[in-house]
Design a protein around this ligand. Sequence first.
Ligand code: GAL
Length: 385
Amino acid sequence: MRNTGAESLYVIAVLLVLFSASDGVAALEVKCDSFTPGQIWKDNNGVHINAHGGGILIYEDIYYWFGQHMAEGRAGNKAHVGVHCYSSADLYNWKDEGIVLEVSNDAESDIVKGCVLERPKVIYNEKTNKFVMWFHLELKGKGYSAARSGVAVSNTVTGPYTFVRSFRPNAGCWPVNVREEQKKPVETEKVKEKKFSGGPDATLKDYNVLGRDFEGGQMARDMTLFVDDDGKAYHIYASEENGTMHISLLSEDYLEPAGKYLRVFEGRWMEAPAVCKRNGKYYLIASGCTGWAPNAARSAVADSMWGPWKELGNPCVGQGSDKTFGGQSTYILKVAGKRDAYIVLFDIWRPKNAIDGRYMWLPLQFTGEGIEIKYLQEWDLSCFE
Ligand code: GAL
């Protein structure tokens, strides 16, 4: 159908009214007022948020979301850009704060472009007034064998963050629950030659991986940080070839391990850890070890970060729960100013085109015994009221 002159004038008039509204173009901006797990999530520039394996810091009433910036294609799973940050006052609408830690062009740097830089988390140290970032680092060209922790620091929440160093944590230090046989020399064992794949291996128990890494430091891959009410911070990481997790106390400035750590979930092959605290109890959500492919989530509860930790099983319920509804945990957010409002952040990885990875945020429910997560297609914060 052809437009008549009168119709065209009408369309122009409507557009003029919209643009001349008091807040101009902003009147046309689409604001979000709900979470839509798995869908494209646009930032203030209309671009899908790029902060995978992320975590959230609340600072001066604003939420800051830090995550790994993924690029296009399969190669986009590696770090070509750095750590991306977004800010929000309401958790639905996010402003792009840019790249806060850039990977380096210097071939000698541990964080040279093309390294693997995953699961960055930022915490604020009240004593030093510094923002401290920890992440899982794999050195360029070495697959996932380096299994190191990276640390970066900034005076301002949105950076830029300065890379401090990378290392394997807890070198020369035994965990609080070490067994005497683990302290014996490992030379006579085959552990140094044994190759593990990063996934379940029933022979793990025959090798003293902890002892093997005593001098050089413990392997640290998937990780999170948790700051307790008393200001003590913990680094929780998949260690010992991914077979066993470690919960490691950080120094007062949060820049290094304090030299006290606990082995947990021995031989359970858990990764993607996320921790929260509610009514004095600590809850942990994690996944099994199947790379980018989803598997059934795990959960556990304890009265102290030092354990004992009791496994509670898969917290997800309903259809799709055996594969965590397609996701993998990365963080548990306690919503500011609300009682008992906790959100579990999951990634939905798209390894063939990493930049298209999605987010699945779901409310965490506390049952008498443990925790429960149900899939919701769309929801908002009023579910906590
Ligand atoms: C997953 C891990 C991700 C990433 C991936 C690489 O198991 O949770 O963070 O490392 O493996 O395959």
